[in-house]
Design a protein around this ligand. Structure first.
Ligand code: ATP
Ligand code: MG
Length: 294
């Protein structure tokens, strides 16, 4: 196993096997350096947080890792194997031959079993005309053809705290928290090695958020799945991650064990992020001034 360069030497430099390794990612949009030399590692069954203010490059990094976006430079390895950077982008483009299509599909399915992503708004990723149970059945049939999926559907729903009532419901008949559970169940159905959660609990009220965070904690214990947990909420990071990287303007400015980074931040930007969390005696004006000075 190669050692990730630079900032990634901090998090997850322990003995656990690496499931995901990202090396030197770069992505620019015109003059914007959205992702600028980002490297990190995620241990098997580990949980790595990515924090940073809006526009710092978190989602772009996640989309590159999952294969929804291409990198200008850099590599994404799962269990030491290069994912390439073009796979899912081929979706929707014309493959010349039928054979090419079948090959492309098999490759996409294999890639999907490596990493699944849960987005902030599950509405966008759920078909409005398909019930929850049918959606899970579709995913299972695609990835595990030939098997009877009834038991697995019940098991998945149970894992995310949903029952038969929700199985028969359409997405619009569910609450935001329930829909987010459905999105998580569908991602788990694929039995991925890594789950990327991009602001997956940001839109939920705090009590539902707490439930889903608990759920994710339990699922990680049960399945050994690794999480890449993207959020701007340092409270969430504290609860659900072992290690954290702090991004600013596309770059990693600090990384390390979450408890350590939050208790004793080394970079002024991390300190500023921590000071920006509202609390008694909090002064938004001095924080804005400190931010301009940084
Ligand atoms: N498709 C795109 N075209 C042009 N610019 C983009 C594109 N996607 C992202 N960017 C730019 O890249 C930078 C990083 O965006 P990104 O979405 O990764 O930030 P983020 O950290 O996820 O922010 P947020 O917390 O608001 O979700 C931003 O300046 C954004 O405007
Ligand atoms: Mg984002």
């Amino acid at each position: 196993m190669t050692t990730a360069t630079g900032t990634s030497a901090g998090p997850l430099a322990g003995t656990a096997k690496t499931v995901l390794e990202v090396l030197g990612l770069h992505r620019t949009y015109g003059s914007v350096r959205a992702v600028d030399d980002v490297s990190f590692r995620l241990a098997e069954g580990g949980s790595l947080g990515i924090v940073g203010e809006s526009g710092s490059g978190k989602t772009t990094t996640a989309r590159i890792v999952v294969g929804l976006e291409r990198a200008d430079e850099g590599r994404v390895l799962i269990h030491g194997r290069d994912r390439g950077d073009r796979g899912d982008r081929a979706r929707g483009t014309a493959h010349g031959k039928t054979q090419g299509k079948a090959h492309g599909k098999a490759r996409r399915l294999a890639r999907a079993r490596e990493i699944q992503m849960v987005f902030q708004d599950p509405f966008l990723s759920l078909d409005p005309r398909t019930t929850v149970g049918a959606a899970l059945r579709e995913t299972l049939a695609l990835h595990f053809p030939g098997a009877d999926h009834a038991r697995r559907i019940t098991e998945l729903l149970d894992q995310v705290g949903l029952g038969s009532r929700e199985a028969d419901a359409l997405p619009r008949q569910l609450s935001g928290g329930q829909r987010q559970r459905v999105a998580i169940a569908r991602a788990l159905a694929v039995e991925p090695a890594v789950l990327v959660l991009d602001e997956a609990v940001a839109a939920l009220d705090v009590s539902v958020q707490a439930q889903i965070l608990n759920l994710l904690f339990d699922i990680r214990e049960q399945t050994g799945i690794g999480y890449l947990f993207i959020t701007h909420d340092l409270g969430v990071v504290r609860c659900v991650t072992d290690d954290v990287i702090v991004m600013r303007s596309g770059r990693i400015v600090e990384s390390g064990p979450t408890q350590q980074v939050l208790a004793d931040p080394q970079h002024p930007y991390t300190r500023l992020l921590l000071e920006s969390v509202p609390r008694p005696g909090w002064d938004p004006r001095s924080i804005a001034a400190a931010r301009r000075a940084l």
